[in-house]
Write a new protein. Sequence first.
Length: 378
Amino acid sequence: MNIDTTELDGKTFSCIENCAMCCLCQPGLDKEELAAFVKAGLTGGLTRENVHGYVSEESTVIKLQGGNGACHFLKDRRCTIYEQRARFCRQFPVHVHALHRIQLNANLSCRGVGEGGDTLGKFGSDVIACIPNERLNSELAGVEERVRWFEESCRDGYVYQETERLRSAVDMIIPHLSEEKGIGRLLAFANSEPDIGEMPEENIVQLVLASEQPDDLEDIARGGNLEQLDLEDAALPVYVDEKLRWNTYRSRDDKIHWMILHEDGALEPRKAFGIEDIALLPPDKGALKVFSEYASLLNSRDPFLGYAYHVCAKEDFQYDLMTVYLGLLGTTMLDLWWRAGLVGKMLDAVNLNSHLAREGIIAFDMGCLGMPTLGEIL
């Protein structure tokens, strides 16, 4: 079985006291976990209603306090059922994703993840060791059928591209993303819907570099993010700042409302910003380096590839998979850039340096890992 743990290499992990960021997620329980919760008399903390609006036949997801607050079993930022906690909680901040293989990803929204060690790699090895091989093989087999259908549909529509070719093209483009107008050119290229087919990667890069950045890049960034922040029933996006406050934000009435989320789901208003006040701050060299490294990480992640598959299928295979993949990379990086500006506004920052770029990733990565995928998240 092919299990890729490369993303965890060279990273440390240490759970931070009183952070509890992972306790703002809503884990579901499999049959074994549900049986254990029933046996332990914990079903009062379960519900059929998922925070995203899905309703299951039986209560298999953990309640969130106040509907959008912390886990039902969290009190004063301490887990009251720590030894009985769900598998999702035990795995955090590692995500296990099945597509062409099993891949382990690091949730960079967790402030406990850092650079310069191997403790996250050891943690990930323990995570994968706790998942029976039968389940891993079963998940891969189920995904394999979907991938086979996807690839056949792509070929029927003459839009298929090999994974290696997609990633090779991005590897060649990434150095240019740190140039002025790099992200805008990538978006303009994708929007032009070029006829790619078997075009050499070098030619694709040249077409990207020859594209003109849209004049309304700021409006594009603002519009995409406002749409994401204006969902009534979805889980609140949360940014855990350096003081371990749970910050969240929503767009309402042409304003971005910054609030502090409390354990019971109560929202404490802080400030409201005019939409025009959130800008794409000019990044310095340090920030550009951080963004380029993140783009490279996205390119290596199977969940991002699975997201491109999902979007390509949702668009009925009308667009070349290379166009979809590059367009999503440009859109994702633009969203990150804007989100870093939002965090900067909350922190009264005026410059986009490497520190603010990393804070932007902390505010952004969980949502990025949660994008729809043709694969399966275990």
